[in-house]
Design a protein around this ligand. Structure first.
Ligand SMILES: *Cc1c(COP(=O)(O)O)cnc(C)c1O
Length: 459
C-alpha cells in the first residue's frame, strides 16, 4: 500500500464547523487580513502549525490520571527521565515547558558577544535566543535546500565545506557548540542523513567542538533515514535514534512536536558541570528540576508520547499523509518544495500567483483566499514574515515566497487532506482573480503576527 490508512480508530471527536462565506469575509476584515487574528473555532481545517496540536492517544490520556504532582521527586519525573535517557542515551535530563526555554537555558550559559553558533538552519526561536545573547547564528545547510524543484533525499544536510570554512575563519574557540536541526524545520522539514551527522561530528571532533541536536522531529528524521539511507532498512526506529543521538553531546527538544503532546520540552546532555549550572538557572525561571515548568501529568504524557512516536506504523502513516497531499497538488501542477518534508507541504506561492509581485505578498494573498473560500488556515513564509519596512523600501525580499500547510499529528483524516488539495486546485484554476495586498499596520519586529493588510485596489 502506498498510502497506509490511519493506524488508529477514533474514540473521541471534536466537531469542527464550516462557517459561511459571508462570515469568513467579515472575520477576515476584522482580523486585518491576518489569519493569526482569527478565532480558531471559526476555522474548518487548521494547518497553521504542527506544534502542540497533536491528538493524544488513549494511553496518554490514561497516563494523565496517574500524574504525580509532588513538588520534588515526582514519580512522573523519573518515568519522563527514563524515557528520554532510553532514547537519547544522555545522562543529564532537564525538563522545560517548551523547546525555546531549553534553548534559552543553554545559550544563557555559552553565548556572549563574539560567539558563533552554526546550524543547518536555525529555527526562529533558536536564532532569536542566540541573538538575544549577542551571539551570531549561521545557517550552513547545503545549497540544494534553496532550490524547491531540486530533489535531494536529505535536503537538511549540513554543508561540510561551509562548516569547515566557518571554523577556520572564526576559530574554534568562538564556537562553543554546533547545532543540527532534525528535521530541518526552517528548510521545509527536510531530514539530515546519518552519514552527514557522522561527518559533521568527525569534523567538529577535530576542533573539539560539541554537537547538539535541535531534536523536535527526531522520529520523523529517523524514519526518513530508514526509508532512504543505505543500511538502515532493517533497523528499528529506536536503534536508529540511539545511533543518531550517540554522535551528539546533547539536544534541545520541543515535545510539542515528536513528543505527541500539547506542551513540554527538555534539554538533555552529557556534561554534569554544565547541567548543574543550567539547573540553577532552571530553578530561578522555570521550576524545580523534577518538573521544570510542567505538571506531573504532562511528564507522564510525554513519557508515553516519546515511545508512541517511534512506532513504525505511525511514522509510515504520518509521512505518507504529507506525501499524499503533496502528490495531489503536484498532479495539478501546483509547485511545492520537493520532496515534501516530514510535517508539512510548502506551496511555492510565487509560482501559484505569478502576477502578484513580492511587494504585494503573494503568499499572504493565497493564505487569505484559502481561508475566505474554503475555511482552511495555512501560514505565509515569505515577504510578510521575513521582510521589513527597510527591506521593502530597498525592494529586497526573501528568495522564496511560500505557504506552509503544516499537518497536526493524528488529528485530520486523509479525506481532510483531499479537501485541502481540492480547495487549492480550485483556487489555482481561478488564480488570476486573486489580488495583491498591502500593509496598513506593521510592528517593528516579528510583524507577521500582528500585521494588518488590505487588498490593493485595481487601477
Ligand atoms: C518548535 C520548534 C522549536 C521551539 O519549540 P517551542 O516548544 O515552540 O518553544 C525549536 N526548534 C524547532 C526546529 C522547532 O520546530
Amino acid at each position: 500500500m502506498r498510502f497506509p490508512a490511519e493506524p488508529f480508530k477514533i474514540k473521541v471527536v471534536e466537531p469542527i464547523q464550516k462557517t459561511s462565506y459571508e462570515e469568513r469575509v467579515h472575520l477576515l476584515e476584522q482580523a486585518g487580513l491576518n489569519i493569526f487574528g482569527l478565532p480558531a473555532e471559526k476555522i474548518y481545517i487548521d494547518l497553521l502549525t504542527d506544534s502542540g496540536t497533536s491528538a493524544m492517544s488513549d494511553h496518554q490520556w490514561g497516563a494523565l490520571m496517574i500524574g504525580d504532582e509532588a513538588y520534588a521527586g515526582s514519580k512522573s519525573y523519573y518515568k519522563f527521565e527514563q524515557a528520554v535517557k532510553s532514547i537519547t542515551g544522555y545522562k543529564d535530563v532537564i525538563p522545560t515547558h517548551q523547546g525555546r526555554v531549553a534553548e534559552n537555558l543553554l545559550f544563557s550559559m555559552i553565548v556572549k558577544k563574539g560567539i558563533i553558533i552554526p546550524n543547518n538552519s536555525h529555527f526562529d526561536t533558536t536564532r532569536a535566543n542566540i541573538e538575544y545573547h549577542d551571539g551570531q547564528a549561521l545557517d550552513l545547510v547545503i545549497d540544494e535546500a534553496y532550490h524547491p524543484e531540486v530533489y535531494h533525499p536529505f535536503k537538511g544536510n549540513m554543508d561540510l565545506g561551509k562548516l569547515e570554512h566557518t571554523i577556520t575563519k572564526f576559530g574554534a574557540e568562538r564556537i562553543p557548540v554546533c547545532f543540527l536541526t532534525i528535521t530541518n524545520n526552517s528548510g521545509g522539514g527536510q531530514p539530515v542523513s546519518m552519514q552527514n551527522i557522522r561527518e559533521v561530528k568527525a569534523l567538529l571532533a577535530r576542533f573539539n567542538i560539541p554537537l547538539f541536536f535541535d531534536a523536535c522531529r527526531f522520529a520523523e528524521n529517523c524514519f526518513f533515514i530508514k526509508q532512504r539511507e543505505h543500511g538502515y532498512a532493517e533497523k528499528s526506529i529506536a536503534e536508529i535514534a540511539r545511533e543518531m543521538f550517540s554522535y551528539a553531546d546533547g539536544c534541545t527538544m520541543s515535545a510539542k512536536k515528536d513528543g505527541l503532546v500539547n506542551i513540554g520540552g527538555f534539554l538533555a546532555l552529557n556534561n554534569d558541570e554544565l547541567a548543574k549550572r543550567i539547573t540553577n538557572l532552571l530553578i530561578l525561571i522555570e521550576g524545580f528540576p523534577t518538573y521544570g515548568g510542567m505538571a506531573g501529568r504532562d511528564l507522564e504524557a510525554i513519557a508515553v508520547g516519546l515511545q508512541e512516536v517511534m512506532d513504525e506504523s505511525y511514522l509510515a502513516y504520518r509521512t505518507s499523509q504529507v506525501q499524499y497531499l503533496a502528490e495531489l497538488l503536484e498532479k495539478e501542477n501546483i509547485s511545492i518544495i520537493k520532496p515534501p518534508g516530514g510535517h508539512a507541504v510548502y506551496v511555492d506561492a510565487q509560482h501559484f500567483l505569478p502576477h502578484i509581485p513580492p511587494a504585494q505578498f503573494p503568499g499572504q494573498a493565497l493564505v487569505v483566499e484559502l481561508y475566505k473560500k474554503f475555511g482552511i488556515r495555512a501560514v505565509e513564509i515569505g515577504s510578510l514574515m521575513f521582510g521589513n519596512k527597510n527591506a521593502l523600501a530597498a525592494a529586497s525580499h526573501p528568495t522564496l515566497e511560500l505557504v506552509r500547510l503544516a499537518i497536526p499529528r493524528r488529528v485530520y483524516t486523509t479525506m481532510h487532506m483531499t479537501y485541502v488539495a481540492e480547495a487549492l486546485t480550485e483556487l489555482f484554476k481561478s488564480r488570476n482573480q486573486i489580488k495583491g495586498l498591502r500593509l496598513t499596520y506593521e510592528a517593528p519586529v516579528l510583524r507577521h503576527f500582528t500585521a494588518r493588510l488590505e487588498t490593493v485596489p485595481p487601477h
